[in-house]
Design a protein around this ligand. Structure first.
Ligand SMILES: [Fe+2]
Length: 376
């Protein structure tokens, strides 16, 4: 099997960093800031306690999850599952790269039943490395449309997110915005804010352009953005919104859910920042807005297979999806979910139509492009 470009040796370090550094502060919001994946429990096990894999017919029913997601609401979803079923959920957190390597190393002795992460490219990387297995569940197939599942059901989408343009409401009119490509023209010189090129979010965005438009156009776009940057990239997506509020720049590239999380924040300053930015879904009359996915896969050596499948059935159910998206502000994969009002105000939008696996396939090229054009 062809080794996917996404994890060439030179990229391992940066990928480990970027999968961690999703939040505004990697030290507080990352999936793991320590080299050793830590164990957390959404149920009654002590946080420091190593999970014990139990047979499905044993008294102590569990599901052990290796997760690279960094959103607090995930634990709330798992707690709701435990309350409903009595099945305990243990979360072992780490970067996606760490966890896939761990699954490979542990082989049949692995305690993990599920692998959970953001990014379709990473989900496919796990599949290509043979650490997942197909899930058979009519319930999941009912809950999750085909477009949000791996074609072999090696992973199941649990939520999606769009990477959009946000703008200063007091200085930019939405009519001035149109496409990602427009953001790379002279019109926006010195006004664009974006996080570092080490961010998987930006790499996957460029990878999507490689897939849709070819390498040359993707590079020209990245060069245009690098030229238009209002400042050297710094911080996470939230920090780009804060820089708009501070009038460092007028427009930023940002994932949709951060806007919702900031509006719901306990930090009054974050709420104010989010209230003063508008959300614009680019490329509506062309290739569509860039969309990425979070997903869960059953590990190849899962010892609590039935419980693990039950958990994905719950996470993708109306109830699970409602809890998840009300907390994370991601888009549900199950349309019956009661999603946040904010998402309803955004309405429907045209999305890029590409195979998520392509994001991983083009990751190396995208990273090369970003380095070449000086998007640090
Ligand atoms: Fe994130």
């Amino acid at each position: 099997m062809k080794k996917p470009a996404i994890f060439s040796t030179m990229l391992i370090t940066s990928l480990a960093l970027l999968v961690t550094a999703c939040g505004s502060s990697p030290s507080t919001g990352g999936a793991s800031s320590s080299p050793q994946p830590k164990v957390e429990s959404s149920s009654s096990a002590k946080p420091s306690e190593a999970p014990t894999a139990s047979p499905a017919n044993g008294k102590d029913q569990v599901v052990n999850i290796y997760t690279a997601r960094h959103y607090e609401v995930d634990s709330q979803v798992y707690a709701a599952f435990t309350k409903k079923t009595g099945i305990k959920v243990n979360e072992i957190k780490g970067t996606a790269e760490e966890l896939v390597e761990r699954l490979k190393r542990e082989g049949t002795s692995s305690e993990a039943d599920l692998f959970v992460t953001v990014d379709g490219g990473v989900l496919n990387y796990a599949k290509q490395n043979g650490v997942l297995q197909a899930i058979t569940s009519p319930v999941i197939e009912q809950n999750v449309p085909k477009q949000w599942r791996d074609k072999d059901n090696n992973w199941i989408g649990i939520a999606t997110r769009a990477r959009v343009i946000v703008y200063a409401k007091d200085r930019v009119k939405p009519e001035q915005l149109s496409t990602y490509e427009d953001l790379a023209t002279d019109k926006w010189k010195g006004k664009v804010l974006a996080r570092s090129a080490t961010s998987l979010y930006n790499q996957s965005l460029v990878a999507s352009f490689v897939e849709l438009d070819g390498e040359a156009k993707a590079e020209a776009w990245a060069k245009g953005i690098a030229t238009n940057l209002a400042r050297k990239p710094e911080g996470g997506d939230r920090d780009q919104a804060k820089a708009i509020a501070a009038k460092v720049g007028d427009v930023a590239i940002m994932n949709t859910y951060y806007v919702g999380q900031m509006l719901a924040s306990k930090d009054a300053e974050e709420v104010k920042v989010a209230q003063n930015i508008g959300v614009f879904f680019p490329n509506q009359s062309t290739t569509g807005t860039h969309l990425n996915i979070s997903g869960a896969g059953l590990t190849k050596n899962a010892k609590n297979k039935d419980n693990a499948i039950k958990l994905i059935e719950f996470v993708t159910s109306k109830e699970g999806q409602t809890i998840l998206t009300q907390g994370s502000f991601e888009f549900p994969v199950n349309e019956t979910a009661d999603k946040p009002e904010l998402l309803k105000t955004w309405g429907t939008f045209k999305t890029q139509q590409i195979d998520f696996a392509k994001l991983g396939d083009h990751n190396k090229k995208a990273t090369e492009i970003l380095n070449k054009v000086g998007w640090k």
